[in-house]
Design a protein around this ligand. Structure first.
Ligand SMILES: [Fe+2]
Length: 207
């Protein structure tokens, strides 16, 4: 970068002179270029896994990621729209589960990146990729909200279990560990907390 030039003077002494370039201080906005890496490709990293294994794990993780991102949004929808006398506890519970899904999503997306792949990021792409059923825009009753969440968890758990097994067969232990230790365990815990709300147990008088 050229910032300084020297100017000859009459004597042997050279003093620095500075040129002013007004464009250099201005942000270069609106820039575009070809994609650095197209979606669906692997930019191989030296991780001692073959490109084929990375590709397979990335594809499976991206499916789980799209479903987890959709479940995250379903939790926020129900956090906002929950009706009835259990509003306060469910409002808080749905937000807690939402936040736990946000953490999982980041771990899944970063696992995809560290395998040299590209993770889904934008809502429109996630909507195309998810296998979770789309809920209506309107407000639904609590048992319906919880049932929708349980269906979503079960789809994610099915995908996570089969992908964990496949990752283990392929020797991709990091992906297997993420799926078992984080995705499966967190989703199983959330299923328990939700499902107990659908048990029709008496509140005051025993049957
Ligand atoms: Fe909130």
């Amino acid at each position: 970068m050229r910032t300084r030039e020297t100017t000859k003077t009459g004597s042997n002494y050279s003093r620095p002179s500075f040129e002013y370039h007004p464009d250099r201080a201005r942000p270069k906005t609106g820039q575009r270029a070809a994609e650095l890496q197209p979606f669906g490709t692997i930019a191989k990293l030296p991780n001692a896994l073959s490109e084929k294994v990375c590709q397979e794990s990335v594809e499976r993780l991206n499916k789980i990621l799209a479903d987890a991102m959709t479940l995250r949004d379903l939790y926020k929808k129900h956090h906002w729209q929950v009706p009835g006398h259990t509003f306060y506890q469910l409002h808080l519970l749905f937000d807690k589960h939402h936040d736990e899904q946000v953490e999982l999503i980041d771990r899944i997306a970063e696992r995809i990146q560290m395998l040299g792949g590209l993770s889904y990021a934008m809502a429109a792409d996630v909507a195309e990729a998810t296998s979770l059923p789309r809920p209506p825009k309107g407000r639904e009753e609590v048992p319906v909200q919880i049932s929708r969440l349980l269906t979503a968890h079960e789809i994610i758990l099915q995908g996570a279990r089969s992908s964990a097994k496949k990752a283990s067969e392929l020797g991709d232990d990091g992906t297997n560990d993420l799926l078992v230790s984080d995705v499966i365990r967190t989703n199983e815990m959330q299923v328990w907390f939700l499902a107990e709300h659908l048990v029709d147990a008496p509140d005051v008088l025993a049957d």
